[in-house]
Design a protein around this ligand. Structure first.
Ligand code: PLP
Length: 304
C-alpha cells in the first residue's frame, strides 16, 4: 500500500493482526506529513485537558501503535524520478519514525522497507543515478537491523524487450510513419509521458537480420484509435518496410502489468529464458478472453 487514509491503514493492520498474508503497513513520507498536519489541526482545536486522550485516540497513532505491536515494519515506498538525495531524505525520515516508535512503544521495530524508485537509463548509456550512490545514501541513514528493498524497474526493465512486426509504413507530408502492433496498450507510460519514459528501438528485416544502411527519421506508432498512440517520434532507424520487425528495448517492467483495455486488444504472449531454454511465461489472450473481460457471458445470459 503506497498511500493510505487512516481507515485503509486500519484495515491493513486488522488483516495483519488476523494473520492475512498480504497485509503490510507502508508509510510514505508525503503521507506522513499530510496525516500529521491533520493530526496537529485536531490537536489545536481541542481544549487543553483533552489532548492526551485525543492523541491516543487518533487513527494514525492507534494504527501505528498496533502495527508495531503486531511486529510490522515500515516502508518508505516507491518514489518515481527523484534525485538520490531526495529519496534518501525520505528514507531518513521514515527511519527516524521507526526509531521514535521503538522508543515510544518500548519494543523493537527491526524491519525497514525502503521500497523501489531506483531509475533506469532507458535511453543512452549512463544511468540517471547510480545504484552505488543510492546504496551509500541508504546505508548512511538506516540503522534498522533488517533492510528490505523492492527495486522494481531497476531489476526488471532491462531484462525484457518487446517485438512487433511492422504492419505498414506510410509517408504523410514530410513524416514517415511505421505502424506497429504494440502501442499505448503495452507501453502506456511511453505513449502518455514520452519525455519521462522514452525507449530505444532496433530494426530487423522479415528474416530477423539486423537492418543496416543509412538511418532515417521515422515515427513509430501503435495500433490504437487515437492520435497519441506514438512510441517514438523521428526515431533514427535504417529504412523500415512492411513486414520488418521492431524491437523495443527495456520493456521488462511496467508493460504487461499496465496492459490497457483501450480498443479491446488481446494481451500478446510473453516468452522468457529459463537458463538457455525459451519458455512461454504467459500465453496472452484470445478474443474470447477479451469478451469475457467485458462480461460477454452476462449479456448472453440476459438475452441482450
Ligand atoms: C509497493 C511497491 N514497491 C516497489 C515498487 C517498484 O518501484 P520501482 O519500479 O520504482 O523500483 C512499486 C511500484 O509500483 C510498488 O508499488
Amino acid at each position: 500500500m503506497e498511500r493510505f487514509s487512516p481507515s485503509e491503514l486500519e484495515q491493513r493492520v486488522q488483516a495483519l493482526l488476523s494473520g492475512g498474508a498480504a497485509a503490510r503497513g507502508a508509510v510514505l513520507a508525503h503521507d506522513l506529513d499530510r496525516m500529521m498536519a491533520r493530526f496537529y489541526r485536531l490537536q489545536a482545536a481541542l481544549p487543553m485537558g483533552l489532548h492526551a486522550t485525543a492523541i491516543k485516540a487518533h487513527p494514525l497513532v492507534q494504527t501505528l501503535r498496533r502495527l508495531v505491536q503486531a511486529g510490522g515494519g515500515l516502508e518508505a515506498a516507491s518514489t518515481g524520478e527523484l534525485a538520490v538525495a531526495q529519496v534518501v531524505e525520505g528514507i531518513r525520515r521514515v527511519e527516524a519514525l521507526r526509531q521514535r516508535l521503538e522508543t515510544r512503544c518500548g519494543r523493537a521495530v527491526p524491519r525497514l522497507d525502503v521500497g523501489g524508485g531506483v531509475p533506469v537509463a532507458y535511453v543512452g548509456e549512463r544511468p540517471a543515478w547510480s545504484l552505488e550512490d543510492w546504496a551509500e545514501g541508504v546505508r548512511a541513514v538506516v540503522e534498522a537491523p533488517v533492510l528490505v528493498t523492492e527495486l522494481g524497474r531497476w531489476l526488471q526493465a532491462p531484462c525484457g524487450f518487446a517485438l512487433s512486426r511492422v504492419e505498414f509504413v506510410r509517408n504523410v507530408g514530410d513524416r514517415r510513419i511505421a505502424t506497429l502492433h504494440i502501442g499505448a496498450d503495452l507501453l502506456l507510460r511511453t505513449a502518455y509521458a514520452p519525455l519521462a519514459w522514452p525507449h530505444e528501438f532496433l530494426a530487423f528485416d522479415a528474416e530477423g537480420r539486423r537492418k543496416e544502411g543509412e538511418e532515417e527519421a521515422v515515427d513509430l506508432v501503435g495500433p490504437l484509435c487515437f492520435a497519441g498512440d506514438i512510441l517514438g517520434e523521428r526515431v533514427l532507424l535504417p529504412h523500415l518496410e512492411e513486414g520488418d520487425w521492431v524491437v523495443v528495448r527495456d520493456t521488462g517492467a511496467y508493460t504487461l502489468s499496465m496492459w490497457s483495455r483501450h480498443c479491446s486488444r488481446p494481451l500478446p504472449p510473453t516468452w522468457g529464458f529459463e537458463k538457455e531454454k525459451l519458455v512461454l511465461l504467459h500465453g496472452g489472450e484470445d478474443p474470447e478472453a477479451v469478451a469475457h473481460f467485458w462480461g460477454a457471458e452476462l449479456w448472453s445470459s440476459s438475452g441482450a
